[in-house]
Design a protein around this ligand. Sequence first.
Ligand SMILES: Cc1cc2nc3c(=O)[nH]c(=O)nc-3n(C[C@H](O)[C@H](O)[C@H](O)COP(=O)(O)OP(=O)(O)OC[C@H]3O[C@@H](n4cnc5c(N)ncnc54)[C@H](O)[C@@H]3O)c2cc1C
Ligand code: FES
Length: 277
Amino acid sequence: MKATEPLRPEPATVLEVITETTNIRTFRIAFDDPALAESFSFLPGQIGQLSIMGAGESTFALSSAPSRRGSFDFSVMKTGVVTSAIHELSAGDRVAVRAPMGCAFPTDDWKGKNIVLVGGGIGMAPLRSLLFYLLDNREDYGDMTLVYGARTPGDLCYAEDRRDWESRADLDFAATIDTACAGWDGCVGLVPSVVEEKAPSPENAVAVTCGPPIMIKFALQSLDKTGFREEQIYTTLERRMKCGIGLCGRCNLGPKYVCTDGPVFSLAELRELPDEL
Ligand SMILES: Cc1cc2nc3c(=O)[nH]c(=O)nc-3n(C[C@H](O)[C@H](O)[C@H](O)COP(=O)(O)OP(=O)(O)OC[C@H]3O[C@@H](n4cnc5c(N)ncnc54)[C@H](O)[C@@H]3O)c2cc1C
Ligand code: FES
């Protein structure tokens, strides 16, 4: 179930604030209406609009496990007016949310395939939700690889989740940082070069990459070198949004609206659109 009126924000309350990095926090939120809180569901890749009275509304990926009932997460990087106001929130503060919106990753089409996830920085937010979903349905998928990178160890989000991902035998996980530093004994190198080192087989596989545009650009080159074709690669796009439901035309990309046709697109679809990747 989604919020009853797509243009009407539903009252909600912040349950918990998790500090991920110096400029990213995860906000665990529940709708105030108990029936809506319990029935609310979404699929990985979908987004929501979080509004703060007096500051405005902004778009974020739903970053929690779709299987978790009663609450959901947004992971928010502080960039400007609304996100700074969001970063002021504490547990118990009131917000409003319109969700879920947009299309999801086509996880049904991926059943039986190997999955390669490539994330950078805050781009890990939609991938976290996707990974939770895939792990909850582990028997439906083949080999799973995750490469997640950030500049420094302190810029990596989801410390608790990462401990779990590292300990799993059914996930090949590498967290990487750009340059070596004291106290870090993990992988060092830019995300695209780690993808090339791992060289996941493109045979019966799909790859999903989300992160800063420059990382996506080079990750796509690495996946191409590894043999992945455009139809096997997916990403999520960001465009400034207003209505979020295909009415205002603000998020258009050629003939498509990112809010309703996306935010998830295959690379093959994006190659048909103007000025993308
Ligand atoms: C589909 C989608 C999913 C997103 N998911 C997340 C997420 O999970 N976590 C997260 O932290 N952010 C996410 N964003 C980006 C987030 O919406 C913006 O950072 C936020 O709206 C900025 O609001 P602000 O008022 O704080 O910034 P402003 O004060 O309006 O702007 C601050 C700076 O950020 C730039 N900016 C603002 N909005 C965007 C945008 N949409 N894309 C690129 N640059 C922008 C501005 O040009 C300016 O330079 C997503 C955006 C979209 C469209
Ligand atoms: S945000 Fe209004 S059409 Fe997409």
